[in-house]
Structures are given as structure tokens and as C-alpha cells.
Design a binder for this molecule. Sequence first.
Ligand code: ADP
Ligand code: ASP
Ligand code: MG
Length: 419
Amino acid sequence: MVTRTVMKFGGTSVGDLNRIARVAEIVEARARGGGGGGVAVVVSAMAGATNSLVELARGAAGDALHGQAFDDEYDVVVASGEQVTAGLLALALRRKGLRARSWLGWQLLLNTDEAHGKARIIGVDNPHFSAAVDSGEIAVIAGFQGVDRNGRVSTLGRGGSDTSAVAVAAALQARTCDIYTDVDGVYTTDPRIVSKARRLSRISYEEMLEFASLGAKVLQTRSVEMAMNHRVRVRVLSSFEGDVPGEDAGTLVCDEEEILEKQVVSGVAYSRDEAKFTLYGVADNPGVAAVIFGALADEGVNVDMIVQASARSEGRQNIVFTAPDREAERAKARLESLQEKIGYEALTVGREVAKVSVIGVGMRSHTGVAKTMFEALSGKGINIQVISTSEIKISVLIDASYTELAVRALHTAYGLDAE
Ligand code: ADP
Ligand code: ASP
Ligand code: MG
């Protein structure tokens, strides 16, 4: 069986023409040196380009931007950044004498659902695509974009080129998908805020899924989900190093069974995109929670931590939950419009909060992990507002101004600091 190669380059890796020339060198080394199985390359927009496009779309549509009547045209605008880099990289490869062509989402038939702005991939369905790759022509694919059932352009949510790459790897039955970025792997925590963070040589799909969904933006959550479902091994590598990665370069995201050295806690993640909602004095009747969270689901608000406790007054409850800060306005407006129906006394929304989480499959079989977390935070005088746990993670909500202090304290407390 031929082994096809799939590589993905993120925004900073294609940030300007020099960086694109560098990417062309890395791709050339793989194309000329590989096992002859064909190469597909997925690219993001140039660093900052998508943000500018989002601003432009917002300028044209105003506050209404995220209504269903707007989302499809929003996608037409924001998807354009990837078209530019796909063309530029194909040109740079041709200049080196290589055969290369660009593929846009609609040409690849990277089919998605109609959830514009955060579409889900259904499949990569162009029947001629794998033959084109096998012919030796390098496929340069615009990441982040697809086409919906009505033939309209769709996008996959911020950071979505990672998911494009894994989908292409699954479609080409590539054994690994190499994600090139501006760090040389997945670290025990964000190396930008903790200088003592250590690179993990391997991490399990499950842990990576938690890491990504709890804020480590190194891989989009859905890309990890898709890799896990299709058994694609993902390698995270730096595009700022040598042309051909060594055997143990970067981080391999793989099955738990492939990891010999297991830590109780593998890493610490954080997210500042959090808002805390408190509904005071909610009537203690059956069905109230269904009304609240049903309305938020209709509004497309992603609710995360939820705590319910009796209020001081008889027959009343307080309900606390968190949601992404960028969805806070929408959620607040909806809850206010339902005050009578829900029957709550007051609503407060705290925007200056952050969620800090510790993650590790070892938690399943070890006790005392929570105790270490709470002691480390109290040792720094950090107050915990909300706690939530799953089998392999513990998250706490804290005042946002303590985020870095908390991440560092936990990194040290679990023995993760590099020597
Ligand atoms: P790209 O543009 O290549 O997709 P991203 O900016 O999306 O890159 O993701 C890479 C960034 O993720 C790094 O620069 C790093 O700051 C951040 N990051 C957060 N948590 C981690 C972690 N645990 N390990 C590695 N990088 C992390
Ligand atoms: N360009 C898109 C973004 O900035 C997709 C990506 O980079 O993965 O979100
Ligand atoms: Mg990214």
C-alpha cells in the first residue's frame, strides 16, 4: 500500500511570502524524499487575515452578523483568506519545478452541513482527488472551508484548518497527519505563558480532546474528535525547524495503549473566553432547568459548568452556569426575555472569569488529584468560584486576573515543570 502524506500549515507558518517559501521547502523535501505516495498540503489563511475578514463582515452586517440570514455570506467573506494562501503556495511549489495545484473546498467536495460559521464535515467526496494526489501532483488545499448541500461556501469554525487536514488524511487513508505550527509540539501547558512547560512526546486522543476543548488552541477540538474516530495519528510539529522532522520530533496524538510512560496529570489548560451567569431565586419546580437550558440551546449558546443549590428563601434555588464570553450578550438577552416564564428574582453576569483545568488519564486510578489542585490554589490565595469534574479532568472557575498565577502554580504542584 502506498503511504500518502498529509501536512497542514497554520497561519503563522504561511504569514508572509518568506514563510510560504519556507513551507515550499519543507513540502519539497517530503515530496522528493517520500515513499512516492503523493502529498496533500492543507493551508490556513495568513496570520491575522481571518481576523481582518471577520471585522470586514461585521462592518458590513452590523450587530446582526450572527443571525441565520447573514451566516452564509459571512462564510463567503471569511473563507477567502485560505484561497489566497493555497494559490500562493501552489505558485511557490511550481517555481521549484514541482507539479502542484490548489483545491478549494467546493472543488474537493469537502461537504459539510448547513451550520454556517461552524459547519461540520460530512466527507471529502471528489472521486478524482486521490488519483490526482497519486499521480504525483501536489494538492494544495484551502483549509477551513467546505461546501454545503445547497452548493454554498461554508466554514468550519475558528482554527478549522486542523479539521480540514484530518478529514483529508482520513479520506486519503494516510496513517498520519502532520500539523505544522509555531511551536514544536503539544506542551504540558501553553509555552507562551509558562516557560517551564515541557513538550509531550505523545498524548492520547482523549487527553488531547480535553486539552483542546478546555482552551489549548494548538488543535481545534473537532480535529481531535475526527482523528480519534478515523484512527488518524496526528503529529504536531514546528515549521520553524529542519526540512525533514526526526523520528521523535514533535508530539504524536495516538491511542492510550501506545503510551508507555503515564503521568497522573499530563497538563494544564486555561480559557479566558468564559462568562459566569447566576440566576438567583429560581422557582424550585420541575421543568425549570429544561426551560432555561432549552432556550439557551435554541440560541446556540454552549453551556458548560452548571451548579444548582438551594437559595435562602423557601422553595427557591440559585443556578450558576458558564458559557463562552463571546456568547454572553445573546444568552443574557434571552434569559432576560424569559424572566417571567422562568420566575427568577435576579440575574448577574460575571465577565472577568477564567477556567483553569488539569487533565490526565491517570486520574481514573489515582486519588488526591483534586486535593493537590485545591491546596495549590489556596496557597496562592486564589478563590474557586465553580468546580466541575469528569473522569480525566478537573476544572475550576476563578477570577481572570489570576489565570497565569493559577496555571503556573498547578504546573509546579503536579511536578510538570522542566528542570
Ligand atoms: P496555527 O496558526 O498554526 O494553527 P495556533 O495559534 O492555532 O497555530 O496554535 C498554536 C498555539 O497554541 C501556540 O502558539 C501556543 O501558544 C498555543 N498553545 C496553547 N496551549 C498549548 C499547549 N498545551 N501546547 C502547545 N501550544 C499551546
Ligand atoms: N484561518 C482560520 C482561522 O483563523 C482557520 C485556521 O487558521 O485554522 O480561524
Ligand atoms: Mg490553529
